[in-house]
Design a protein around this ligand. Sequence first.
Ligand code: NAP
Length: 265
Amino acid sequence: MEYRRLGKTTEKISTIGMGTWRIGSYHSREERTDQIRTIRRGIELGVNLIDTAEMYGEGRSEQLVAEAISGLRDSVFIATKVLPDHLHHDDVITACDRSLQRLGVRTVDLYQIHWPNTNVPIRETMSAMEELVRVGKVRYIGVSNFSVRQTEEAREALTRSELVSNQVEYSISNRSVEDDLLPHCKRERITLIAYSPLARGAIPTSRVPKTLLQKYGMTPAQIMLNWATRDEAVVAIPKAARTDHVEENAASVSVRFGQQEYDLI
Ligand code: NAP
């Protein structure tokens, strides 16, 4: 596994993480056991970044992550998110306490604002986030779905912490962040956490050059993940309920392509 520095910190997170949207929702005991096994297999392969949210399955995703990481807390870097409806000061504190309880941990490694909420002053939210850092319930502060302007406002609202990450959609199928957000993240050393890096499973196979598939013996999904994370500022969090998918994803950054090969995509 390849690891990257989180923002300006010395923290190492895996270039390929695990997203958990819809993980924790299942139709049978077997399906649930499979989801836990898949996360544990990812950790075994060196994936340490696990992304969840209080929103996912109304907390069931966090609960399943808790079970999957049982006994493995030191091997994982847990990122969760607070809902935009919970951005007033006291609501942030309560939401974090609930997430900690569901996750069965004392500290969340990365606490992210899931979406901006223009009705709540960002200073109020960030003062709660910094309070959580001060009391040891959160290690790092991040945002998600923030524009460049909103990211800058969030940074300015922090008094003693750095904003380490912005989680946004990025894949071969959606490159809109390349216009301004990705260059901004690179310049300011903010990690861009790419969500839906596999286009939510609608993999555009025809857009992946056959020459690369043959040369590297990779699948279209692996080429997509490798391409999305070609820049040091980016890590990706594909969601995989299937163990073979998590294995494939973990192996996607075992080699790096040449610049001309990335340009082909
Ligand atoms: P995604 O990761 O782009 O795609 C997930 C789909 O791809 C699933 O159907 C999965 O199948 C399939 N898949 C996984 N690995 C594969 C492989 N190697 N080959 C073929 N198919 C593969 O979509 P996503 O779930 O939207 O995004 C990933 C994560 O980003 C989420 O789980 C969540 O943590 C985060 N996210 C954040 C936001 C936000 O607002 N911050 C929004 C959306 C998503 P199986 O499950 O059957 O293995």
